[in-house]
Design a protein around this ligand. Structure first.
Ligand SMILES: Cc1cc2nc3c(=O)[nH]c(=O)nc-3n(C[C@H](O)[C@H](O)[C@H](O)COP(=O)(O)O)c2cc1C
Ligand SMILES: C=C(O[C@@H]1CC(C(=O)O)=C[C@@H](OP(=O)(O)O)[C@H]1O)C(=O)O
Length: 387
């Protein structure tokens, strides 16, 4: 079983992830993971913290000579900002920290509910872990999974469809390479040039007015075998697992698969994908409105998942809140924050989708080495084409 945990605080010494159950013999380098970590740090609209960090992964176990060994893989990403927070983050006697206690919960964060739930007088004990800094570790984990998918000929593409009021016009028939190329060139990971300019402008305007913006991004996975996930039990359905993974990303408030919410407004004849057969490519669909999943099972068409991100909650324009020590009202404002992190969240989205697909693949095909897994997948692909 493929599984992982992350640990680490936003301003602590490091983020750590342990991945268990990855096949042996998978080629992976820190450089490959670092390229995705750098992509996550980028995107127009990020704040001061990203000028301090330069995320790089270190393998502490489970990888030798550029290949996974089958043992648990430990990955670590150091927080450069830690040196500025060392004293505040110290695990020493609480008395020393008295002056630095955070008693002012920020609306839109885990601060208040988390402090009450865990009986903390210092909200820092919540905010350090609820921070989206954790998504750096998840990108490292998901990128490992993405390496596995690539070995099996499965490609992932993520791009931004909306920033605040600005929607992109994306040609859905474009091949993944073209979409990836166009998105990769864009400051906001948007393949539509015209929309990109307007998106950048909208982010500038939000920054000037002390506000923030959310948006929508889309992740597609091409080349998946038929049969990942299952209709037989609620927690085995691939769509539910993808939606859950996506919702676990900080600030994600909605998920769609395929047509998603749009399907509710149109007749069935415009929603369902007809089934065709070709002796060379097997069963296929002339349309992909289902987003590659029917009955919780991958149907061989590209998997298409979209997520909506809320605007960053920490605003330069203050919001009302209440001090948990004095119970006095105050205006929550900020020293530094992202104005828009939709492109960054899109990179996280690619990682979490890659992870869920890799888990579903290993569940179906098993195998302890990459060689064994590849053989099983190839055999299955041949069979599923002709059955
Ligand atoms: C990549 C990324 C960067 C983020 N940056 C910030 C930020 O700079 N300031 C902030 O207040 N929230 C930021 N957030 C959002 C908060 O982490 C998130 O809203 C908060 O943890 C509450 O979680 P929830 O919105 O899922 O309830 C960011 C989220 C992501 C995914
Ligand atoms: C550190 C990252 O994002 C952070 C996520 C975040 C939050 O509240 O979620 C708040 C900000 O951190 P800080 O308060 O230190 O400025 C972001 O920079 C990152 O993406 O690596």
């Amino acid at each position: 079983m493929l599984r992982f945990l992350t640990a680490g605080e936003s301003h602590g010494p490091a983020l750590t992830a342990i991945v268990e159950g990855m096949v042996a013999g998978l080629p992976v380098t820190p450089d490959y993971i670092n390229s995705m970590l750098a992509k996550r740090q980028g995107g127009y609209g990020r704040g001061g913290r990203m000028k301090i960090e330069k995320d790089e992964v270190q393998f502490l176990s489970g990888v030798r000579g550029g290949l996974t060994t089958g043992s648990p893989i430990t990955m670590q990403i150091l927080n450069q900002d830690w040196t500025n927070w060392q004293e505040i983050m110290s695990a020493g006697p609480a008395a020393r920290l008295d002056q630095r206690v955070v008693t002012r919960p920020r609306p839109g964060h885990a601060d208040l509910a988390g402090a009450i739930k865990y009986n903390h007088q210092d909200i820092r004990n919540v905010l350090e872990r609820s921070s989206a800094r954790e998504t750096a570790a998840r990108v490292a984990v998901g990128t490992l999974a993405r390496r596995l998918l690539e070995e099996l000929g499965i490609k992932l593409v993520g791009f931004v469809r909306r920033i605040g009021p600005v929607a992109a016009a994306v040609d859905d028939s474009q091949p993944p390479e073209v979409l990836a190329h166009l998105a990769g060139q864009s400051q906001v990971l948007c393949p539509d040039n015209q929309a990109e300019a307007a998106m950048v402008k909208a982010i500038d305007q939000a920054r000037e007015s002390g506000d923030s913006l959310g948006g929508v991004f889309e992740i597609r996975a091409y080349g998946l075998p038929i049969g990942l996930g299952s209709h037989v039990q609620w927690d085995r359905k691939l769509d539910s697992r993808l939606a859950g993974a996506m919702m676990s990303v900080q600030a994600i408030k909605g998920v769609e698969i395929g047509l998603g919410f749009a399907a509710a407004a149109i007749p069935g004849s415009q929603v369902h994908d007809e089934i065709l057969y070709d002796p060379d490519k097997g069963y296929y669909r002339p349309t992909n409105r289902a987003g590659g999943i029917e009955g919780g099972i991958s149907n061989g068409e590209p998997v298409v998942v979209r997520a909506a991100m809320k605007p960053i909650p920490t605003l330069y324009q203050p919001l009302r809140s209440v001090d948990i020590k004095t119970k006095e009202p105050f205006l929550a404002s900020v020293e530094r924050s992202d104005v828009c992190a939709v492109p960054a969240a899109c990179v996280v989205g690619e990682a979490v989708v890659a992870w869920e697909l890799a888990v579903a693949l290993l569940e179906k095909f098993g195998g302890d080495s990459l060689k064994e897994l590849k053989e099983r997948v190839n055999q299955w692909q041949q069979w599923a084409r002709q059955v």
